[in-house]
Design a protein around this ligand. Structure first.
Ligand code: MD6
Ligand code: FE
Length: 216
């Protein structure tokens, strides 16, 4: 019986195909999570998490920062990539080599070899934070996939279709899970349901998601 206590943590990573260009890599980054968190702490020291404002004037419930040559930003003027952190006027912190290697490996395992992202958007969710349904279409390079890594509290990821009205699949993203999507799935609508309160051993009452993109 005592083995059951550890079953979840011992589970080996396993891939699950969700679409022609979408793969859910369960537990992909679980072993590397402490190193990922250390990398985020270093980024956060120079580019703190902040709640950006949408072009429509709403403050996002998710707190964000970036690392890499480009960072995703939102303000009254719209959504775009910027080489500079608007808070500091300085370039975003460089993407730590460890994060770059992790993203490259996830993409390769999902059938997209040679992934070289220039942008990593880091999203931080407190309980109740959510992300409404959207497409990722601010990147000029839609040929490259997106790699998403989730840590901490679980969340329900909504995976829709090419139209906002298409039915959505609910996908539980747990600590260490990665999702890779590209090809014909690259512009699928998606969102995140409000994160439920809870405690995670490494992150406490937080969920962190990193999305790696080729922006140019
Ligand atoms: C999140 N993720 O999981 C938000 N976008 O917190 C995204 O918006 C996302 O996970 C494109 C591809 C994968 C993603
Ligand atoms: Fe997205």
């Amino acid at each position: 019986m005592s083995g059951d206590l550890f079953q979840l943590d011992d589970e080996a990573p396993w891939p699950e195909r969700l679409g022609p260009g979408t793969v859910h890599l369960h537990a992909f980054a679980r072993a590397e999570a402490p190193a990922v968190l250390a990398a985020i702490a270093a980024v956060e020291g120079r580019a703190p998490f902040r709640h950006m404002v949408t072009p429509g004037g709403f403050t996002m419930s998710v707190a964000m920062t970036n690392c890499g040559a480009q960072g995703w930003v939102s303000d009254a003027n719209g959504y775009r990539y910027s080489p500079v952190d608007p808070l500091s006027g300085e370039p975003w912190p460089a993407m730590p080599a460890m994060l770059q290697a992790l993203a490259r490996e996830a993409a390769a395992q999902a059938g997209f070899p040679g992934f070289a992202p220039d942008a990593c958007l880091i999203n931080r969710y407190a309980p109740g934070a959510r992300m409404s349904l959207h497409q990722d279409r601010d990147e000029r390079n839609l040929a490259a996939p997106i790699v998403s890594v989730s840590l901490g509290l679980p969340a329900v990821f909504l995976l829709g279709g090419m139209s906002r009205r298409d039915p959505q699949r609910r996908i539980l993203l747990e600590h260490g899970d990665a999702i890779v999507w590209g090809g014909e799935d690259r512009l699928r609508y998606h969102g995140v349901q409000p994160v439920k309160d809870g405690r995670h051993g490494l992150l406490g009452a937080l969920r962190i998601n990193l999305t790696f993109r080729c922006s140019v």
